[in-house]
Each structure stands twice: as C-alpha cells, then as structure tokens.
Design a protein around this ligand. Sequence first.
Ligand code: AMP
Length: 542
Amino acid sequence: MDGMMMHRPLRVADILTFAEEIHGQAEIVSSTVEGGLHRESYFEMAARCRRLAKALLRLGIGLGDRVATLAWNGYRHMELYYGVPGIGAICHTINPRLSAEQMAYIVNHAGDRVMFLDLTFVPMVEKLAAEFPNDLTYVILTDRVQMPATTLDALCYEDLLAAEDDAFDWPDVPEDTACGLCYTSGTTGNPKGALYSHRSMVLHALLVGVSMQNSMTPGRRVLPVVPLFHANAWGMAHAAPLVGAHLVMPGPHLDGASLFDLMEAERVFAAWGVPTVWLGLMAEIEQRGRPPEGFGEIVVGGSAAAPALIRAFEYLGVNVCHAWGMTEMSPIGTLGNLAPEMQALPFDERMRLKSCQGRRAFGIDMKIVDENGTRQPHDGAATGELFVRGNTVVSGYYDNAEASAAALDADGWFGTGDVAAISPEGFLTITDRAKDLIKSGGEWISSIDVENMAMAHPHVANCAVIAVPHPKWDERPVLIAVPAVDQPDTDAVMAHLAEHLATWQLPDDVVYVEELPLTATGKVSKLTLRRQYADHELPEVG
Ligand code: AMP
C-alpha cells in the first residue's frame, strides 16, 4: 500500500526562497577580484538571482542548456549557482586550474552555450576562445566601470542584471532534472562529467546541514576555501543558505596570510579546505603566534589529513573534522564528527579517531570488497576497494557510455577507486588510492601511512610517498619531502619512520624538493611525481 502524502519536486530554487524568507538577513561577504569586500544578504541575493534568471532567458537559455562558470568563490558565482538551475538550465562549474587542453575538452564536451567568467580569467579565455564553440556567449562577472578591453565579444554581468526587474516566479522543474555539472579532473584520460540533479542537490544540502552541527547553524560565519568551481564547495553553497549560516568568500586570495586576515576581520568560526591550505594557514598562525580570533573549526578533506596537522589545530582549540568524498558523490561521503561519548575520550584516543576519514553521512551506504568482489567485514582490519551507493552518488557520467558502463558493479554500487578499512563503529580509513598503493615484493605499502609518519617529524613540512620501479621488488617507496628546516636530518627522519614501520615499508630514498606539484584541485599530484621519478636511481638498500 502506498502512503498518501504529497509529492513535491525537490528544487534548488527552494533553498534560495527559503533562505530569503527565513534567513534573509544572513549575508555573503566576498573578498572580490576587483579588490575590497562586498556584502550582500540572502534577501538581496534572491532578488538578484531572479534578475539573472530573466537575463538568462533573454539570452535564449532554457531547460537543459549548459551554462559555464569560470570564477572564484564570491557572491556573483553564488548567484549563478541558483539563477541557472532555477530556470532548469545546468550550472557547469569549470576548474580554472585545469590544463588548456582539458578545459577545451570539457567546454566542447559539455556543449556550453554561455560562459560567465571572473576578470582574472579574461586573458586565459582570450587565448582559448578559438578552441571553444563558435557561438559561445561570454559574460564577464563585473560592472561597467571595471569592464576590461578584451578581444572577447563579451557582455557585462551587472549590465545584464540592471536591465531586468526582480519579479519572477521560479518555474516548476521535475526533481530529476539536471542542475549542475562538474568534471572530475581525472588524472589519466579525459575528464568525466558528474551530472547532479535538483533532487540529489537538495538531499545533499540537507545531508550536509544535518551532519555538520558545528559549522552549519544559523548565524555561524563559515568560509569555504573549497572552491565553488569544484564539487559544489563540499555542499557549503547550498547548506549555508539552507541553515542560515553566513558565507565568507575568499575570492582568489587563498594564501595563509590573506586567509588569516579575512578570517579575523570577519570572525569566521569554521573554514573548509584541503590539507595544503591548512598547512599554509598553520605556518601563518605560527608566525603570528596565535590563531585568528573566533576560529573554532576546520573541515579538512580532498586528500588525507596527516595526524600531525590534525593535532596542531586541536592543540590550538580548533576542532578538526576530517571528511572524505568525491566529485561523484556531490561530494560528501563521510564526516569526522565524534559522538558525545567519544568527545570524552583521552586526547590521544580522540586524535586517533579523528585521523580516520570520518563516518558515513546519512544516505550513503558503503562496502569494501576484495579483488574477487567478495565483501569484507567492517572490522577495522580488513581492507578492500570501497564502493558506495546513495541518492547523492552518480549513476553514470554525462555523455560517456564507456565510463558509465564501468562506473557501477553488478549490484549498482559505485567503485570509488579508494582502498579502505571500516571499523565496527563505522570509522573509514582510506589506505590509499588503489593506483597509489606501492606493491613491493608482493606486499602492499600504504603511501598515506608512510606520509603520515613522515609528517610527524619536525624536519618535514610536507611530503608525498611514491612508488619507483625496482628490478627485484617491482616497486619501492621513495619519500619526496619539503623540508621544514634548512638542514634536514635524513637519518633522524628515517629513524623516526623505523620506529613505526616495518623495515620493508621504509622508503629506499628521501628526496628534498622546494615544493610538491599540485593537481587542479590542490592535491599533491602523485602522477606527476611518479613520472618525474620514474627513472630515479635508488641507492642500494641492505
Ligand atoms: P575529487 O573527486 O577530486 O574530490 O577526488 C576524490 C578523491 O580524493 C577520493 O576518491 C580520494 O581518493 C581522495 N580523498 C578525498 N578526501 C580524502 C581524505 N579525507 N583522505 C584521503 N583521500 C581523500
């Protein structure tokens, strides 16, 4: 027997109209590309989104059209997040750090009709325009005064909005309608598009809002260092208006000093971002001898947060929430919140739990399987490839039959490509990306394990452990480290590692570099390192 309840479609625009009415005075503070801070309430934003919707319709954009954005975190990008899907079009966020080749591929593959871009990206797009579709309309996200001289035949965003009024009713779109498109910056092969729906996006916003009781509450001031251009800024763009949290947007200013200043000036409580960003902020905190005033929480994910980094923030009284997810999961999969009884555990025990990649969010199911596809127990010891399913997980990739066919197993679970263990209490530990594991003499070495140990040594500021081909053992680990001191003591680093690792797990060599190569999403690019060091000559190891 079916229940007898109404079935209203879940729409992204409903988050906006809710925020306008219920949290109308909460604000978005944006550090702008043009310079200075801009303030806009959710009430004002909603009116501007309606103007934008009318402007889009006037440009001929409608249901299912792809609208590209190339922009930093700021209020105009947020307006696109709502105005575009509001009329049934698809907000296609592009990562500006992608290579020219990848960017040309995805703009053409997506079939974008309009591209909205920040001033910063005008020179880059001018160079790439010949590779983009001929009929692509460009809109520069600025006002008339700041419009640059450009070879692009570009419109001005504020002009478009000024030409419209804000009387507009959001149309009813079926909840399975696509609302957003984000390409994974796949390290090999062409990028693949995750195509979100209104339903998945609203459910994801609820999931983040419910799970993040610390960050996502009315009146909280939260800062997404995670970009709107990648994986929905981990859901902040939707969860914050939904719960009435203020958003403080850093624009292009993501270095430690700029973040510190903005966080302090705006009394930011929580900031979300990848480990590299927090290493930068921590260096700034150490230099100034204190954290920004009012700073209470970081959410860290995107790649493994080293226990040493987690401890450093916790010592300052900053709660660390270690999260795991993927573009294909909208992206949140797990969050590192501790239950009340766990909060009462001794410090070291809490840090051990926090170093895990959190526990699943409601609505995400997980399983780990061995090479034969056999499910492994969630006993904290058995490892296997992690598979997930849920309403916020992709069912395939946009216009890519081959990748779609390979994405799910026979039972409809999505293969993450991560290797993990899950404890009986649900704590996830990511051992590695399957392709980053090091296979030495038939045994697996977790690069993350070795990195975590190395990061705990005071002479190591940042590091990556990669496999280097070896004639006898197949592969051997090499530690590529950014030193924290002028004269790093390699013997001391190795002795420290030897305290925690078996001899065969120890790196065969340590190479010092000034900086590590990053991917377009700010993670250490192990693919680049593996290529760089493919012919690295290993010293004879006893
Ligand atoms: P992306 O789709 O670019 O967000 O990348 C998703 C991948 O990042 C995952 O499959 C993991 O390999 C990795 N990742 C994300 N969060 C974490 C984390 N907390 N610890 C380890 N790896 C992570």
